[in-house]
Design a protein around this ligand. Sequence first.
Ligand SMILES: [Zn+2]
Length: 287
Amino acid sequence: MLDKACPVCKSVMTAGNEPWHFVCKRCHYEMATLLPTINKTDLHRPLDEFSRESGLRTVRNINFKTLLNRICTFTSNHHKLLDVGCAHGWFLELAKNHFDVLGIEPDQTIFKQTLKLGLPIRMGYFPQILSTDEKFDVIVFNDVIEHIPDIQSVLSACNDHLKDDGLLVLNLPDSNGVFYRLSKIFNFIGMKGFFERMWQVGMPSPHIHYFNQKNLGILLASQGFEVKDKGRLETLSLDGLYTRLTYANKKTRPIVTSLIYCLIFIAMPLLKILPSDIAYVITQKKK
Ligand SMILES: [Zn+2]
């Protein structure tokens, strides 16, 4: 038993599938006690980062275009947009055509690479890197909020740094996603690698939270945000998938990686109709 309250419904969290994994039995929020090691594991990073970058780019770009289109139905006109944890600047590159953009990135290696693209970014953490009176029309967290331990403080800071009627946009893993559910079944029968991968165990910044759309909506409402739009984004694109699998399973033999690729290829039509593992939510700051 962990002496910690669920950030959504305040129930006591109970032990989950692994010693570091905890669940709320009432609202189904899940958390990990994994520790981030950003800027402490830079050995051999550039090579890994390159593999990860090329493998992820296709699916991320598809999703970022979808998300940006949705955001633009609520606001645009070169209003101020903040991208927290902007990584390689892919979202900023697209968003700068519609918004006056600023990115924040805490990882020194990635920050230096992205700065070379000439994008307006700052190295540091949200909200400390901002001045107290800086306000935005839109704040976006793309695959970032699930990595931040004190999520309530961060949501409160979003409220402080958003203008009236400003939008908070989150894009994050969903615990009702088909791959996450499968990973739990594999974990139950002793194959732990998939479940550990979903939580990014051993990565510089592992996942701390797993929400579903219902409990996330409750948390956001309690922090002063009204959900205006929500949906799901693509988890997989065959283009770039092999590189992604290679990066994610460095210890796996190439024949096994090829087999996994073939299985996903065959299952693709089915995966398209099952709940995807990435959800997005667009919320508006309540008056
Ligand atoms: Zn709960």
